[in-house]
Design a protein around this ligand. Structure first.
Ligand code: PLP
Length: 273
């Protein structure tokens, strides 16, 4: 048919993340989430992990200038509607990502919403971030974030707060907000004593509690990536932050509900619908 019959292009979202050879988390989770949300996924690869359902046995970093180059390349030509980060691996990569994002208007005072998921370790406890990189994350990336989405293990690493109840969760959200992100979502999924999995959203003024069901499954690999990506997809489609996080949460609830076993360890969350 004639070129004029082609549909309008979908909105775009960029993931800045590592690969998972098992296809459960990282880049694979982000791109399939974008697809399921009707968004064209762009990808800046930061690291290649050696990984299966039993854990991460190693990774290698992509050179920092190549990571920044991927971001600049797609921003200049295709355009980035929203962006999210996952595994950033090293201080050098964090520095290069922050600089490239500032230059192309991702996060900070720029027009492009920026979801920063401060990935530090896998669910198995395998490191995904070099030890010296936490400071770079805090000082260079957090001030650019439109939304910061730590889980409780990341909260402990970043703030020293061992969250045991809702008041700890609020204190952690305030501390993290003071580091520069516009919004903070302190995810409660790892608070095993809480049957409601309350995620706490904070913008420096109000606290919004987002409860959700807890499913009796161990298969939650990639759930954090999926929440951040679905939220970024909602932001690019024009949702405000509260709507976007509610959408992201509903998406990941369904993804965990439909998670499937794969390999002998922890299976991935699903986006088969
Ligand atoms: N591998 C990569 C590349 C990731 O980005 C992540 C999480 O962000 C993981 C593994 C760990 O995923 P999970 O904690 O869901 O097992």
């Amino acid at each position: 048919s004639a070129p004029t019959d082609r549909p309008a292009p979908p909105p775009t979202a960029l993931t800045i993340a590592g690969t998972d050879s098992g296809g459960g988390a990282g880049l694979a989770a982000d791109l399939r989430t974008f697809f399921a949300c009707g968004v064209h996924g762009l990808a800046a690869v930061t690291a290649v992990t050696v990984q299966n359902s039993l854990g991460v046995t190693g990774f290698t970093e992509i050179p920092a200038d190549v990571v920044a180059g991927q971001i600049r390349s797609v921003a200049e030509d295709i355009g980035v509607g929203a962006a999210k980060t996952g595994m950033l691996a090293s201080a050098e990569i964090i520095h290069a990502v922050a600089e490239a994002c500032r230059d192309v208007g991702i996060g900070g005072a720029g027009p492009t919403p920026f979801v920063v998921d401060p990935v530090a370790a896998s669910m198995h406890g395998d490191p995904l971030l070099r030890e010296n990189a936490l400071d770079a994350l805090r000082t260079e990336l957090f001030p650019l974030a439109t939304l910061l989405t730590p889980n409780l293990d990341e909260v402990r690493l970043l703030t020293g707060i061992d969250v045991r109840d809702r008041s700890d969760q609020r204190r952690a959200a305030q501390l993290l907000h003071a580091l520069g992100p516009k919004w903070v979502l302190v995810k409660g999924g790892h608070l095993w004593t809480d049957p409601d999995c309350v995620d706490l959203l904070h913008d420096g003024r109000e606290f919004i509690e987002l409860p959700g069901p807890r499913f009796p499954t161990q298969h939650t690999h990639g759930s954090g990536d999926t929440l951040a990506s679905a939220t970024a997809a909602a932001l690019v489609k024009g949702a405000d932050m509260v709507e976007a996080v509610r959408y992201g949460k509903a998406f990941v609830v369904r993804a965990v509900h439909d998670a499937y076993p794969l390999g002998a360890g922890i299976g991935p969350v699903s986006a088969f619908w």
